[in-house]
Design a binder for this molecule. Structure first.
Ligand code: ATP
Ligand code: MG
Length: 461
């Protein structure tokens, strides 16, 4: 971190030695003032891009038309951008005209929030015409100029504001909130990729509940370019446990899955939203498979009937649920099943924060004037039985997937004259389920015996 700044000062020195002004600006100054790790360093200078490029050995012409040259030094990269003013903004996102200028303050004026409009010279002196440092200190996010006007220029700034409030644990100034409420429909002009970037950073951050409650209360996500079936849902009581659950699961994928489960969405709707957001294939799959695994577990949970006599579940009645967990594992993988359990459990905990589970469930029913049948499915009696047992069941399984089985399709083909085909997987799944149910050890010889028995039963000979 220190050497990153040292190196940045070297870049500034070179520019100054040739008669130009140069400063650290934007996120790096903000994060340094907040004592947060700095990941990218932006430098603003009075030198025009071609001049910047000529002064350094290694440069990448990143965004020449916007005035940005990337300078590479000792493995660090610096975005060096010429002071500029912007005009036009006819597409609610990018300025149609950029003018190079000589005045730092004018350059700072085009930036979105006061805390992002602070420049620092290489002696640590701040140039802070909009009092961003004071706003930072007091935890206020304030627009440079009129929020509404700034959002009309570039609608993405609304989402940046909400993201910063959540990630940096700051508050939106009233004027900023009003600006968002007034201009939120302009979000339809913003590319879904940009929306996704902000949503992802907010969701992965330290206080996703705060960010999501602002997103939902403001209703911004109801106005995205492509509709979001789940994430654009209207504010309402179903969101409350969702906020509480967000911080109780770890990855952004699980958090997005928790939102979908909490709102009672289907895997199909989750798939549509993940795609609309342009998430990577891996991220889409991670979210959707959690929803699918949840649906599988939910079906088993709803079929569950507690023992009439004791009130506590007798071991025998758990068997179908244990089988369902195993089948979900087979179909969607360990991560998805553990994720589904974590998400729905987090939701249940968030929905019943204080009292004993049973009491809280009864209380919630009463408070909502609802009947058991309309309780969210993660609150179902059977799901609570799963929260209690399922992790331990999975832990105890000697193989968590077909791949971990000490028997392969090749092994099977070696002991029969049959051609390969769908039967190979069917046989492996049968053997695997036996191990998952604790009826068979994961030992090659035993597995093979079981497989041969299955073959005889299914194919004669
Ligand atoms: P982070 O890098 O943590 O996401 P950042 O504020 O550094 O936050 P960047 O995209 O790196 O965001 O932008 C660097 C600087 O450029 C900002 O601090 C801000 O001064 C300016 N900036 C970025 N995006 C906008 C925008 N949409 N409108 C106005 N100014 C912006
Ligand atoms: Mg940055």
């Amino acid at each position: 971190q220190d050497s990153l700044f040292e190196e940045a000062y070297e870049v500034i020195k070179v520019l100054e030695a040739h008669g130009y002004e140069a400063y650290l600006v934007g996120g790096c100054v903000r994060d340094a003032l907040l004592d947060r790790p700095v990941h990218d360093v932006d430098i603003a200078t009075s030198a025009e891009p071609a001049r910047v490029a000529s002064l350094f050995e290694r440069v990448i012409p990143t965004g020449l038309q916007h005035g940005t040259v990337t300078v590479v030094r000792h493995g660090y990269t610096f975005e060096v951008t010429t002071f500029r003013s912007e005009a036009g903004y006819s597409d609610y996102r990018r300025p149609s005209e950029v003018h190079y200028i000589q005045d730092l303050s004018e350059d700072l004026r085009r930036r979105d929030y006061t805390m992002n409009a602070i420049a620092m010279d290489r002696y640590g002196q701040l140039h802070d015409p909009f009092h961003g440092a004071a706003d930072l200190e007091h935890g206020w996010i304030r627009a440079v100029g009129q929020a509404e006007e700034r959002y009309a220029e570039d609608a993405l700034r609304m989402l940046r504001g909400i993201r910063f409030a959540s990630v940096l644990r700051m508050r939106l100034a009233k004027s900023v909130w009003r600006g968002i409420m007034a201009k939120k429909t302009l979000l339809r002009h913003i590319a879904m990729e940009r929306v996704c970037d902000e949503l992802w950073k907010l969701t992965a951050g330290p206080d996703p509940a705060k960010g999501w409650s602002m997103l939902v209360r403001s209703g911004v996500l109801r106005h995205t370019k492509e509709p979001l079936r789940i994430y654009g849902r209207e504010d309402g009581p179903a969101w409350l446990p969702v906020y509480g659950a967000l911080g109780r699961v770890d990855t952004p994928e699980q958090r997005l899955a928790a939102v979908a489960i909490g709102l009672g969405a289907t895997a199909e709707a989750a798939a549509q939203d993940a795609k609309a957001l342009r998430l990577s294939k891996a991220e889409q799959d991670a979210i959707v498979s959690v929803l699918s695994a949840f649906a599988r577990l939910e079906a088993a949970a709803h079929a569950y009937r507690p023992a009439v006599s004791s009130g506590r579940a007798a071991q025998g009645e758990l068997a179908p649920m244990r089988l369902a967990v195993a089948q979900a594992l087979l179909a969607y993988g360990e991560n998805a099943v553990r994720g589904a359990l974590a998400c729905s459990r987090a939701l249940a905990e968030a929905a019943a924060p204080c009292a004993a589970k049973r009491e809280a469930r009864a209380g919630m029913r009463a408070a909502l004037g609802q009947d058991v049948s309309v309780l969210p499915s993660y609150q179902h009696e059977g799901m609570h039985v799963l929260y209690e047992h399922a992790s331990a069941w999975i832990d105890a399984m000697p193989a968590k997937s077909l791949a971990q089985l000490k028997l392969s399709g090749k092994d099977l083909l070696a002991v029969t004259t049959r051609q390969g085909g769908p039967w190979v997987r069917a046989c492996l799944e049968h053997v695997w389920l036996k191990t998952a149910e604790g009826l068979l050890l994961n030992e090659a010889e035993l597995l093979l015996q079981e497989a041969e028995q299955w073959l005889r039963a299914h194919h004669g000979a």
